[in-house]
Design a protein around this ligand. Structure first.
Ligand code: FPP
Length: 283
């Protein structure tokens, strides 16, 4: 599946590959409509694009890939589309997990599972257990996920942990870290690169907390048509971004200079973006 053997470490001289890419896969319905097909045909082709994208990210050495497969709000879709999506998800797990496992991919699902059928819940648990020790790449599927749900459940769990600790100051104030460690995606660094396909330019209640400093990249390409070339285009765009994390451009340049001879070269008269190293992995 993957040709590269080792992931590229963030900040390595091989250059600025994002450690974590998060994607809203949009446009399946329009892809199908353009071909006079039922919407589910678009979702089926979307599942193929998932396979191609996992492979492309693996080959680039991306360590974490998070895909938004089903939002908390998607239950509002017609019942037959919802059940077809659930079936497709279950089939994809059944068919793909052994291949993911063979290639060292850890599989995780984030979101509220309580609304899923017991059969699907078991498939998810089994797939997570099978792949839990894999370290090459983590593929996280957000299913029945919403960013507001995630923050709310994390705050509640942080408060419960405080109460259970029995400390006299078991209540407030909570710090950011107390909440962050209970977020559904606590197993991954915050995304470096966010991609949304299908031409819309919204976050749509995806990783609201985690996207605070993420580079956003939008494409008109409909999800079923998305693949390795698009992943490469997004990564290339990412590599030309200057990530400042609240600092000034001058500070970033100075710090890059202080990194010394081993650090990346910065052209002195380069414009704000060109030649300025990104700092993927910094928070
Ligand atoms: C958005 O397109 C897509 C979804 C809500 C479902 C995503 C599901 C897949 C890609 C299928 C397989 C997933 C896995 C993890 C195996 P849309 O239906 O909103 O498209 P539209 O905006 O064109 O109507």
């Amino acid at each position: 599946m993957f040709r590269r053997q080792e992931p590229i470490a963030a900040g390595s001289p091989s250059g600025d590959v994002p450690r974590h890419v998060a994607i809203i896969m949009d446009g399946n319905g329009r892809w199908a409509r353009q071909r006079m097909l039922p919407r589910i045909a678009g979702h089926r082709r979307g599942a193929n694009a998932v396979r191609a994208t996992v492979q492309a990210c693996g080959e680039l050495g991306i360590e974490h890939l998070t895909l938004f497969a089903f939002s908390s709000e998607n239950w509002r879709r017609p019942a037959d589309e919802v059940s077809a999506l659930m079936e497709l998800f279950a089939t994809a797990i059944e068919q793909e997990v052994s291949r993911l496992h063979e290639h060292g991919v850890r599989f995780r699902v984030v979101g509220d599972r309580t609304r899923f059928e017991p059969g699907l819940r078991k498939l998810i648990l089994d797939a997570e257990a099978t792949t839990c020790d894999n370290a090459r790449m983590t593929l996280t599927i957000a299913a029945n996920y919403g960013g507001r749900w995630d923050i709310t459940q994390a705050v509640n769990r942080a408060l419960a942990a405080r109460a259970a600790s029995g400390h006299a100051d078991a209540g407030l104030p909570l710090r950011e870290d107390d909440i962050a460690e209970h977020l559904a995606l606590a197993h991954a660094p915050e995304p470096d690169l966010f991609i949304r396909t299908g031409g819309e330019t919204r976050i749509s209640n995806f990783l609201l907390w985690q996207l605070a400093y993420t580079e956003l990249w939008f494409t008109e390409t409909l999800w079923p048509d998305f693949g390795a070339t698009d992943v490469q285009a997004a990564v290339d765009a990412f590599r030309n971004r200057e990530r400042r994390f609240g600092r000034t451009s001058d500070q970033i340049r100075r710090e890059a200079g202080h990194a010394g001879a081993a650090g990346p070269d910065v052209a002195p008269d380069s414009d704000e973006r060109a030649g300025v190293p990104t700092i993927a992995g910094a928070r």
